[in-house]
Design a binder for this molecule. Sequence first.
Ligand code: 5AD
Length: 433
Amino acid sequence: MNVSDSELMFGVLERAGYARTDDPAVADVMLVNTCAVRDHAEQRVLGRMGELKRYKRPGDVLGVVGCMAQRLGPKLLERVPQVDLVIGPDGYRGLPELIAQAQAGERAADVAFKGWEHYEDVPAVRDNPISAFVTVQRGCDYRCTFCIVPMTRGPERSRKLADVVGEVARLAAGGTTEVTLLGQTVNSYHDGTYDFADLLRAVGAVAGLRRLRFTSPYPTDFTPRVLAAMAETPAVCEHVHLPVQSGSSRTLKRMLRRYDRERYVEVVAALRDAMPGIALSTDIIVGFPGETEDEFQETLSLVEQVAFDDAYTFKYSVREGTPAVRIKDHVAEEIKTERIGRLIESVRRVAKRKNIGLVGTTHEVLVEGRAKRGELLQARTRTNKIALLDGPAEWIGTYHRVRFTGTTGSTFTAWPLEDFAVTARSEDEAAWQ
Ligand code: 5AD
């Protein structure tokens, strides 16, 4: 979501005549887009501000934007004297004016929620010509007790289906073949007329679009309509990121999640039924207030039971202003550290077991770029597995059929199947090439 918001900010600023640089030494305006979801993220922002303020020359503007700016608001101006500008997620449209104000020596802040704001007229400036994030819903109406997002991003609202389809059609016309729809609870999307099932079908029908992903869905918002749309829309990829947060029904209740363990497992079964072979990843919090060893054990057993392909694991982080702060029996830091260690081990073991079972299977991959190390290319399957393969640089941005030849436990090595480019070329493929 923050990557997508940064792309909008580039759009706002480019339209106002700004040119982009990644070098703080030459920048007249430095903006730090921030996350507030955990304290760790905020500490990193403060570290980055410390670095950037050294580059500030007289007349330069240093701004903090995004969720941390929204959360701390004008307090940030007091706390970091070098900061001139504080703008929350609904205020990016005003960037040029607020920058001008700051340049005139007046420190500026805009942290008002604007429930109508979708930046509909702002052309996002994207780096990646192959794959794009498209925000379809902003804000959040759920009230998970650990989460700061409802307080930083405000109430939930969805873009109009036709606006989303229009943007995706423009992207596809420009050669983008993969789109990820974004929203805090993306499958609760509803624009007043159309729901998420309609959205998947409409976006999936855009000519040239080959891969459709979305993140993050809320487990109990997978209605039969949405499941059917997923199953019947060929572009929808066989991967869902399905945040569970905990495997313990008691903990889930204190988190104010709208499901218990059994219900979550039912949703998993419904997804697997609708899309055989679907890969599932998740988010898990350890050490939520009051979490006992037994409750944590239930999270470990859920990881085994569901057999997630991957999981992002977090130690519970106290967020001032959220209801969980007031829950009794906060878990000691050492216990959180110890639990997350055991959880990561369990997640890796389960993923490795699954991935070893995939060696020898064939997949369609999108070649995304060069691997970070070495000469190989990095590619991704529809199921979101990363595969490294040998091939020419011209393959970047194109689709190939490969066989997995080995795995590190998390990523794969793959061998291109020579004749695929000829045999599997469809009309659709001709359209995007
Ligand atoms: N502490 C730890 N993790 C959190 N998350 C959200 N809020 C907190 C918090 N206070 C995690 C959740 C969510 C992911 C984006 O961040 O797992 O799904």
